[in-house]
Design a protein around this ligand. Structure first.
Ligand code: GTP
Ligand code: MG
Ligand code: ZN
Length: 287
């Protein structure tokens, strides 16, 4: 039998074959499997013994959230509570480009909490980056139909800080899934019903959506000199600077800095790039 892993619980896996659900396990030398199988993987298992026999290679693997074979990354960012952060959106977009074969979209949630002007400021920044975005109010079900259409026939995963409304979005899309959502405490700590596990929901017609735990910080798995290849907006200027190995920080005749001066790249976006660059490790020289 071939099925898709939709949840992983204490070394057991819940698998869906398109019609039924199975709880399958591992036997023998399993270290390879436990280290490699994640939600979203396709596995072959024995229907009688319920033992996984083979793992199909994944076409992509996200480490955080840990989920495999994902077509679309839904980056959820609330306009407020917590505050919108272009820096985080750009970090996630960089990650999506690094992962490969995944299409990122940004979902701005909690639009009921902000004015049109505040929303416009953020959507303008996203347009400049060339990333598609959606606006939703999960509680009053605004913009939900558009997201539902986006999901059709795809495997999508939610990604975002804790409390931005990922589980609430699933509830608005598919009330029958009945996701518990968290109340954010006044101190801005974790919600009481914060999502703890990655879970993939089969929604019919080859459509899958995964809910994931939120996080408060995210570090890119990149060295400094790799950032230019993946950073949204800035990556379009790769190879256009005077110096081949230009990092767009303090070099002369830099196409990126020219683009900032012209307004083609926003100053905020460029400052975010520099900030992230400085926090990444430098690649060790190899001789
Ligand atoms: N005003 C408003 N509140 C929302 C909206 N979406 C979610 N919320 C509230 O925000 C809080 C957090 O929502 P969750 O869906 O639990 O957030 P989450 O992203 O799943 O959080 P984690 O599971 O911790 O990662 C809850 O109190 C929701 O009711 C929205 O569109 N508007
Ligand atoms: Mg949640
Ligand atoms: Zn440059």
């Amino acid at each position: 039998m071939r099925g898709r892993v939709i949840a992983a619980i204490h070394g057991k896996f819940k698998v869906y074959d398109g019609t039924s659900f199975y709880e399958v396990g591992l036997k023998g030398n399993v270290r390879y499997f436990t280290r490699n199988i994640a939600v979203g993987d396709y596995v072959y298992f024995n229907e009688k013994t319920l033992i996984i026999e083979k793992l199909e290679p994944a076409f992509n693997r996200l480490i955080r959230p840990r989920v495999h074979n994902i077509d679309q990354l839904l980056i959820v960012m609330s306009i407020k509570e917590p505050d919108f952060s272009l820096l985080l959106v750009e970090t996630f977009l960089t990650y999506a480009h690094y992962v490969e074969k995944i299409k990122p979209v940004v979902i701005i949630s909690k639009i009921d909490l902000a004015s049109k002007e505040e929303i416009f400021e953020q959507t303008t920044a996203l347009s400049k980056l060339g990333v598609p975005y959606y606006l939703v109010d999960n509680l009053n079900e605004q913009g939900i139909e558009e997201v539902r259409e986006l999901l059709s026939g795809q495997t999508s995963t939610l990604m975002g800080q804790t409390g931005v409304g990922k589980s609430a979005l699933i509830n608005a899309l598919y009330p029958e899934l009945d996701r518990t959502t968290g109340e954010i405490s006044i101190k801005g700590g974790r919600g009481r019903h914060t999502t703890r596990e990655v879970i993939l929901f089969p929604l019919g017609d080859d459509t899958y959506l995964s809910d994931t735990p939120g996080f408060s910080s995210f570090t890119l798995p990149l060295f400094q000199d790799e950032l230019i290849e993946h950073y949204p907006g800035i990556r379009n200027y790769l190879g256009k600077c005077y110096f081949n190995d230009c990092q767009h920080i303090s070099e002369e005749q830099c196409a990126v800095k020219d683009a900032v001066a012209r307004g083609d790249i926003s100053t905020i976006s460029y400052e975010n790039y520099v900030k992230i660059y400085k926090e990444l490790p430098r690649r060790k020289e190899q001789y």
